[in-house]
Design a protein around this ligand. Structure first.
Ligand code: ATP
Ligand code: MG
Length: 275
């Protein structure tokens, strides 16, 4: 339980460090946390979060179960109010529905049969589109996630992995500028997980979509992320990949040794045996 504010780890950029000089033009962040405390009723979860996510970045959130990754995402989405500190949510992004979210679990009860097609189209709620645009977007996202042949099936009868793909398609159909995804590859077979990752990497590289990705898969981090945030003991250590993904910091986060090698271009490679 967190009684007091956790001290940020050494090397954690403070809000002051991350702010550029007054005369430098500043890209408006998508979301920025300044000394934010988060929790539920009497349960403190995160003590003092400083984090700034800018357009075009690919973030991975990492940490053991129950350390507050989903909680931080709820605050990002405006679904959880901070107990202290400020959360800036860029109105150009959040106010215009340019954010899509793929939840860790879908808290819905199957009531009525819903086709995969209908389910994915619910992702367009609040977005103005013509019938023809809807048809095109639907065809594109069905193809991206590999569900074209299942479009008329009942969503509730899909397997867990197929449901995950449909959830991703529902997020993508909005054509988001920011995609926030909570463990999209958990429980997926190898091919399905690869499909999801390929789609995300393509969204990021080709369409400059900003990605916030919660994962327990360290290989994904080495391969795709530009930035990472480590969650442990109520603190969040965040920054550029090479600053955050070190043997010491990952070891502290997970409580077990995690081998990290520096790969080409200074990119950390995680889980590679160190000679
Ligand atoms: N609605 C809630 N009410 C009370 N406590 C909650 C609630 N949601 C989460 N918690 C608690 O907050 C803490 C952080 O939970 P959170 O879901 O953010 O963890 P997480 O890092 O996403 O974990 P996981 O890797 O298992 O998904 C946990 O101790 C959890 O039990
Ligand atoms: Mg979670």
């Amino acid at each position: 339980m967190i009684e007091t504010e956790a001290t940020p780890h050494a090397g954690q950029p403070s809000a002051a460090q991350t702010k550029p000089k007054a005369d430098a033009p500043r890209i408006k962040p998508i979301v920025e946390f300044n000394s934010v405390q988060l929790g539920y009723a009497r349960v403190p979860v995160l003590a003092s979060v400083n984090l700034s996510i800018e357009p075009g970045q690919f973030w991975c959130f990492l940490g053991p179960n129950g350390e507050g990754k989903t909680t931080l995402i709820k605050a990002m989405l405006g679904a959880l109010r901070p107990k202290r500190g400020q959360v800036y949510r860029n109105p150009e992004v959040f106010g215009k529905g340019r954010v899509s979210y793929v939840p860790q679990r879908l808290e819905l009860n199957p009531v009525l049969p819903t086709s995969v097609r209908e389910f994915i189209l619910t992702g367009l709620a609040g977005v103005r589109t013509h019938a023809e645009q809807r048809r095109k977007r639907l065809g594109r996202v069905l193809e991206l996630v590999g569900l074209s042949a299942s479009r008329h099936r009942n969503y509730w009868t899909l397997s867990g992995g197929q449901k995950q793909r449909a959830l991703l398609a529902r997020a993508l159909i909005r054509d988001p500028g920011v995609l926030i995804i909570d463990e999209p590859t958990a429980g997926l077979d190898f091919a399905a997980a690869q499909t999801v990752l390929t789609v995300l990497a393509d969204m990021h590289a080709t369409y400059d979509v900003t990605i916030v990705f919660v994962t327990h898969d360290l290989h994904i981090v080495s391969k795709h992320a530009t930035h990472a945030a480590l969650f442990r003991g109520g603190a969040v250590l965040s920054g550029e990949l090479a600053e955050v993904i070190t043997r010491e910091k990952l070891g502290h986060t997970f409580g077990v040794p995690v081998p990290v090698q520096v790969g080409p271009g200074g990119r950390p490679q995680i889980g590679v045996a160190v000679a």
